[in-house]
Each structure stands twice: as structure tokens, then as C-alpha cells.
Design a protein around this ligand. Structure first.
Ligand SMILES: C[C@@H](N)C(=O)N[C@H](C)C(=O)O
Ligand SMILES: [Zn+2]
Length: 241
């Protein structure tokens, strides 16, 4: 009987395409807070193709992230992933959302000074995203041990993503000067509108990532990609590991 169930479970678990790995299998100490697999994101719901909150990356990206984590650990820091491989259908979902003409207060927390229909044109979201190749990641730093924070409350009136960290949606990460996915000049990695401590955190992240070959995207302090072969976009779902 048990053997029969195991057989069914195995039949349901789809293997990843060649070259892709679950980050948890490469380094289970890297924290994961996969925002597009839940409601705590700029769309306010799970995005198409995210069936599980799992970080999937190319094998090369996974190995490089593991080296970054090993470098950070003696400094009492950990990486925390927000997004990894992103199915093309999720990009299409973001695009449809940006064009739907509706904008709620909660969504404006992520783009307080611009309209969502402008986010693709301004470069904050890509129609052909490096995430869909498995070579781009969104991430931040967390001080260890991880501090306890209240769970995300979709009905709460949090400050917008450029506000003080204590008033923004809870995150348990270091204060980078804005929240994740903040479409605003303050989130540009080189922004002058942040404190010296926030600047130090951004520099710590960028230099730890750069040591392993990652390149930061200048409009978003959290977005990095690893240059290398293989630029095809994939559309397999992010499924349970
Ligand atoms: C949407 C944001 N998290 C992001 O990843 N932006 C870049 C530009 C992308 O969509 O590839
Ligand atoms: Zn990104």
C-alpha cells in the first residue's frame, strides 16, 4: 500500500529541466521568502506559475549563491531570497496586471510616485526577464539569529516602500532604505536619499555578490544576475520539491 502511494507521489513530482536545481538542495541555510508564491507582493496575490514557495535557479547560480552564503556566515549574516526562476506566464501575469487600469492603496505602497502602467516602460519590471532564464535572483541580507517579526497582514495600513522600516510591512531583513520591489528612485542602488548605514548594507550585499560574479541592476538594490551562456526563457511552473 505504502509502496503504491510512493509510486503516485513520484509520478506527480516533475523533474526540473536539465541545468536547474532547487536552491534548498544546494544550500538549505539560505533563507527563502518567495513573495510571488503568496500575497505579500505588488500584485497582492499568488502569481501565475508559482505553485510552491521554492527558489529554483541554474546549477551555476546555486553554486555561486552557496559561496556567497559561506562568505557571509562568519559575519553573522545570511542571504534571503525573494524571487529566483520566474515562469514566463508569471511575467505575462505581471504585464496584464500593469495594464488593467485598476490600482489599490495596498498596491501603491510599491510605487508611491508612479503609476503601475509605467513600471515596464521605466524598467522596474522586464517583459523578457532574466529571472525566466534562471540566472537572475532578487535577494537581501538578514542578521543572524533571525529576529521574530509579526506575520504579513494584508489588511494592515503599512507605510509605503520608501517609508521608515519600522512602519513598512514586516520583513526581518536589514534596512536597505526601501522595501523589496519598491519602484522608486530611492531603491536605485546608488541612491543618495538613504542613510550611511543603509548605504553600508547595500555595499555589503553588492560586494559579496560581485565577488562571486553577480552583477547588480542599478534600478533595484535587490536584483542580481550571473552572466553566462543560456538566455532562453522557460515557462515550467515552480512546483513543490
Ligand atoms: C519585478 C522585480 N522584482 C524584477 O525582478 N525586476 C526586473 C527588472 C525583472 O523583471 O527582471
Ligand atoms: Zn529581479
Amino acid at each position: 500500500m505504502l509502496a503504491a502511494f510512493a509510486h503516485v507521489a513520484l509520478a506527480l513530482a516533475q523533474p526540473l529541466p536539465a541545468g536547474f536545481v532547487y536552491l534548498r538542495d544546494i544550500d538549505p541555510t539560505i533563507l527563502q521568502d518567495m513573495r510571488y508564491a503568496a500575497a505579500n507582493n505588488f500584485v497582492g496575490r499568488v502569481l501565475a506559475g508559482y505553485e510552491a514557495g521554492e527558489c529554483i535557479v541554474t546549477r551555476a547560480v546555486g553554486a555561486a549563491l552557496k559561496r556567497v552564503q559561506q562568505d557571509l556566515k562568519p559575519r553573522g549574516l545570511s542571504l534571503k531570497m525573494y524571487d529566483c526562476y520566474r515562469p514566463q506566464r508569471a511575467v505575462d501575469d505581471m504585464y496584464a496586471w500593469a495594464q488593467d487600469g485598476r490600482e489599490t492603496e495596498a498596491q501603491r505602497r510599491y510605487n508611491p510616485k508612479m503609476r503601475k502602467e509605467d513600471l515596464f516602460r521605466r524598467g522596474y519590471i522586464a517583459r523578457h526577464s532574466g529571472h525566466s532564464t534562471g540566472k537572475a535572483v532578487d535577494l537581501t541580507l538578514v542578521q543572524l539569529p533571525v529576529s521574530k517579526v509579526a506575520p504579513f497582514d494584508p489588511t494592515a495600513a503599512y507605510a509605503d516602500c520608501t517609508g521608515p522600516q519600522s512602519l513598512r510591512a514586516p520583513d526581518a531583513s536589514v534596512d536597505m532604505g526601501t522595501g523589496y520591489d519598491c519602484s522608486d528612485e530611492k531603491a536605485h542602488t546608488g541612491s543618495k536619499a538613504i542613510t550611511p548605514q543603509q548605504r553600508t548594507w547595500r555595499e555589503t550585499l553588492v560586494s559579496a555578490m560581485a565577488k562571486q560574479g553577480f552583477v547588480n541592476f542599478r534600478l533595484e538594490w535587490w536584483h542580481f544576475s550571473l552572466p553566462g551562456p543560456g538566455n532562453a526563457a522557460f515557462d515550467f511552473p515552480v512546483a513543490k520539491r
